[in-house]
Design a protein around this ligand. Structure first.
Ligand code: E4P
Length: 217
């Protein structure tokens, strides 16, 4: 499973990128707002740093305007994936931009039917939102599994990009289901390293090393 980082925070991306943990980046208008940066400027900086796809989201609602914005975003760098919402207009924009050879990430997906439509419209990525479904007492991971089954049934090449990931557990569950990509905030990716028994075991090793006066350097 590929890891995308769900942030527009340059320092956070750089730290994970140096560790080889970044296969791509996703942003959205809320993350751009949080960064306090100009969308074109910060997106360019991310594209220069990261080799994989960098999703930049349109803000228009009408297909023709989304297409114009998508074309402008795609000019930033070769690795831009234009992000469009899963509306009828968004699907129209997806088809046009995909036919032009641009990577398209269809976002705000909350049902298997929506994912089916995005695949038919030629999406490179479909972004089902796990956490926001969980917030409503629905099961976001079930949606990932349903989309996996449907795409496999028909050989759709659209990549399942599990989004709205809130916990380290979401990451391993997505990997078990077979999501192609999971995009998570930096803190969630770092939390994947945590285990209480690792901390407990290390405490004991540190204590024993001190008592035995073990020195290596
Ligand atoms: C990614 O593409 C999405 O924009 C993001 O994962 C949304 O996450 P949230 O539901 O935590 O805002």
């Amino acid at each position: 499973m590929k890891f995308f980082v769900d942030t527009a925070d340059i320092d956070a991306i750089a730290e994970l990128n140096d560790l080889g943990m970044v296969d791509g980046v996703t942003t959205n208008p809320s993350l751009i707002k949080k960064s306090g940066r100009d969308i074109l400027e910060v997106t360019k900086e991310i594209c220069d740093m990261v080799d994989g796809p960098v999703s930049a989201e349109v803000i228009a609602l009408k297909a023709e305007d989304m297409i114009a914005e998508g074309r402008k975003l795609a000019e930033i760098a070769e690795n831009i994936a234009v992000k469009v919402p899963l509306t009828w207009d968004g699907l129209k924009a997806c088809k046009v931009l995909s036919d032009e050879g641009k990577m398209v990430n269809v976002t705000l997906c909350f049902s298997a039917n929506q994912a089916l439509l995005a695949a038919k419209a030629g999406a490179t990525f479909i972004s089902p939102f796990i956490g926001r479904l969980d917030d409503l007492n629905m099961d976001g991971l079930d949606l990932i599994a349903d989309i996996r089954e449907i795409y496999d049934n028909y050989g759709f090449e659209t990549n399942i990009l599990a989004a709205s990931i809130r916990t380290a557990n979401h990451m391993s569950e997505c990997a078990k289901i077979g999501a192609d990509v999971a995009t998570a905030p930096p803190a969630v990716i770092k939390a994947m390293a945590n285990h209480i028994l690792t901390d407990k075991g290390l405490d004991q090793f540190v204590k024993d090393a001190a008592e035995a006066k073990i020195k290596i350097l």
